[in-house]
Design a protein around this ligand. Structure first.
Ligand code: PRX
Length: 630
């Protein structure tokens, strides 16, 4: 029985999962429909790394998301689609309709010659067709790679090139907040440098004028009319790639995290059902975008595998006003609500008037994800949204982990504000010091690693396995390194303190400092830059950029605007620095290394204690930077 119903049961399941992980996961995997069962549950080696789960097993994840539910749930709603504009009709998509649309779109993909193993890029807003496209790829064994539709043409093009995609699925435009956003135009720009793309399928969402290229571009709605609503599911190996999702690291360009079919399926359903304690007929709402891992695992796969009913929301929390989330919760009688701390802080700042207009009495469980939640926001969420009686699950995980690793089990694990609490069964966290020594006991702090594989652990980084090895598996021997710092308190509860590498977490979005620097450096007048994160009331972290210009600028504001435009062009608006300071020099050691520690302190305003600056090549730059702080 995979469902945990008491704390004692959590403890015994946890124990079982550590003492005999293979037997533990085998029992859970047995609950799914497989074309062929595995020959062996697990083989792993963190040195290489090479991790295989359910070896020899054959399956198609979409049969478990869709076909399996047709007998009992054909007429149950899979997705309630809530459009950006509250006056536009919502859509309720049943499991049968979803099944048929996925099959149809799978046939459309096939009609374009797309087959198992091909990479298909999805660049779409939050509409049901994005979930349909994801599942249609999985149906035929094509590898989907969703790119968040806020990324720029340059970012999109880079990812498409990295994966050699053969097709892109997109829309004409998008509605998000007050003004429509171009989508297809971004794809057109991106494709200028992507000769591998032979097909672009465009779903008409806004009806705006767009350019269609003969022989390459076709309309989703036209193509869907030509095909049947039956499509046999491709038989996949457990370890065949299901999807690639790009994420930022501390160096270089974003890397394509690879997840595979069997383990990801088992883990996302297990964690969805347990963490959120989902009950049949309840309504679940995860506000993430499918462009991020949270949307993959807890809008698409986890809930569908569990046969759940979810809300899918196209818009933003503040349109038409800051009461939108609460209005949608009442409208669909949402029972379980899962969002990001940054959204909670923003809505908290908008005041209680927006909250008090709504009942919110359907809510049973609240969740957060993506960044540490400060105690004040946690208390506000608990008191005003949960009315003091909804447990909050603060779920810690990453793109690379595929599913939630450390989190309370709703209503079962005693919570503490700001703590992700305890590892889920199958997850074996350890804290290590800088040298890699494991820190035992409680009331300790260190770098968070995991010492044993769970089924949805990252398998590789697309096209560059060595990068996967060096990023996650070489910092500490035989451990998966998360990049996060963490405290374990006197009760053994885990509190994530934030990234210990050069990765920022801005409004729950993961952004590498190196990426932003290289975008800034594309500005003609900028010779060098250094980017750090600093505490920000709403965003969690803001981006502070120190830039060196080749020449004196009369109009510094203009230069800053141009830099922002450059970053928007190269990455997207989410990576725009909040503060830009033009400096004469950067604090560097004699070997030329930028002392980011000092820059971080200055950005944080901690200028009284900058530490030892005597080893710097030119200590005087520090005084200048402090004086010119913005
Ligand atoms: O620093 C941690 C933070 O987000 C990072 C992972 O980002 P990403 O791959 O984009 O996935 C986000 C959604 C799963 C982590 O390394 N993070 C995520 N959840 C939490 C968190 N930090 C603190 N508390 C959390 N609950």
């Amino acid at each position: 029985m995979a469902r945990i119903t008491s704390f004692e049961q959590y403890q015994s399941e946890y124990k079982k999962s550590v003492e005999n992980p293979e037997a533990f996961w085998e029992e859970i995997a047995n609950e799914f429909s497989w074309k062929k069962k595995w020959d062996k549950v697990l083989d792993w080696n963190f040195e290489k790394p090479e991790i295989n789960w359910f070896i020899g097993g054959k399956l198609n994840i979409t049969e478990n998301c869709l076909d399996r539910h047709l007998e009992k749930r054909a007429d149950q709603v899979a997705f309630h689609f809530e459009p950006n504009d509250p006056n536009e009709n919502s859509r309720a998509i049943t499991y049968r309709q979803l099944y048929e649309d996925v099959c149809r779109f799978a046939n459309v993909l096939k009609s374009k010659g797309i087959k198992k193993g091909d990479r298909v890029c999805l660049y779409m807003p939050m509409i049901p067709e994005l979930a349909i496209a994801v599942l249609a790829c999985a149906r035929i064994g094509a590898i989907h790679s969703v790119v968040f539709a806020g990324f720029s043409a340059t970012s999109l093009g880079g990812r498409i090139q990295d994966m050699h995609c053969c097709a892109v699925v997109t829309t004409d435009g998008a509605y998000r907040g007050a003004k429509p956003i171009p989508i297809k135009a971004v794809v057109d720009d991106a494709l200028d440098v992507c000769p591998s793309v032979e097909n672009v399928i465009v779903y008409k969402r806004t009806g705006e004028e767009i350019k269609m290229i003969d022989g390459r571009d076709t309309w989703w709605q036209d193509e869907m009319k030509k095909v049947s609503a039956e499509c046999p599911a491709e038989i996949m190996d457990s370890e065949d790639t299901l999807f690639i999702l790009y994420t930022s690291g501390s160096t270089g360009q974003p890397k394509g995290v690879v997840h595979t079919c069997g383990g990801y399926m088992v883990y996302t359903k297990y964690t969805f059902e347990n963490v959120f304690q989902y009950n049949d007929k309840e309504v679940f709402w995860c506000t993430a975008d499918i462009g991020w891992i949270t949307g993959h695992s807890y809008i698409v796969y986890g809930p569908l595998l569990a046969g759940a009913t979810s809300v899918m929301f196209e818009g933003v929390p503040t349109f038409p006003d800051a009461g939108r989330f609460w209005q949608v919760i009442d409208k669909y009688k949402v029972n379980i609500f899962y969002t990001a701390p940054t959204a909670i802080r923003a809505l908290q700042a908008s005041g209680l008037d927006f909250v008090n207009l709504y009942k919110l009495n359907s809510l049973r469980i609240l969740g957060t994800v993506g960044e540490p939640i400060n105690e004040e926001a946690w208390e506000w969420y608990h008191k005003n949204i949960g009315k003091g009686n909804c447990p909050i699950v603060d779920t810690w995980w990453q793109t690379e982990t595929g599913g939630i690793l450390i989190s309370p089990i709703a209503g079962i694990t005693k919570t503490k504000p700001g703590f992700a609490t305890l590892p889920l069964p199958g997850v074996q966290p350890v804290l290590v010091d800088e040298k890699g020594n494991v820190i035992e006991g409680n009331n300790v702090e260190g770098n968070l690693c995991i010492k044993f594989p769970w089924p949805s652990i990252i398998r590789t980084t697309y096209g560059n396995h060595e990068r996967c090895r060096t990023t996650y598996f070489t910092t500490y021997e035989n451990l998966y390194f998360t990049g996060d710092g963490c405290r374990r308190d006197e009760d053994g509860y885990y509190r994530i303190t934030g990234r210990v590498d050069d990765v920022m977490n801005v409004s729950g979005h993961r952004i590498g400092t190196a990426e932003v620097e290289s975008a800034i450096n594309m500005h003609f007048d900028i010779v060098e830059s250094a980017v750090v994160g600093y505490p920000h009331d709403i965003k969690g972290q803001g981006i502070y950029a120190y830039v060196i210009s080749t020449k004196e600028h009369d109009d510094i504001e203009m230069l800053k605007k141009e830099i922002l435009a450059e970053v928007t062009k190269i990455i997207g608006p989410i990576a725009k620095p909040d503060k830009i300071q033009v400096v004469r020099g950067l604090p560097k050691t004699r070997s030329g290394k930028i002392m980011r520690r000092i820059l971080r302190k200055i950005a944080e305003g901690e200028i009284s204690n900058l530490g030892d600056t005597s080893t710097l090549l030119d200590p005087s730059v520090v005084d200048e930077i402090v004086k010119g702080r913005v």
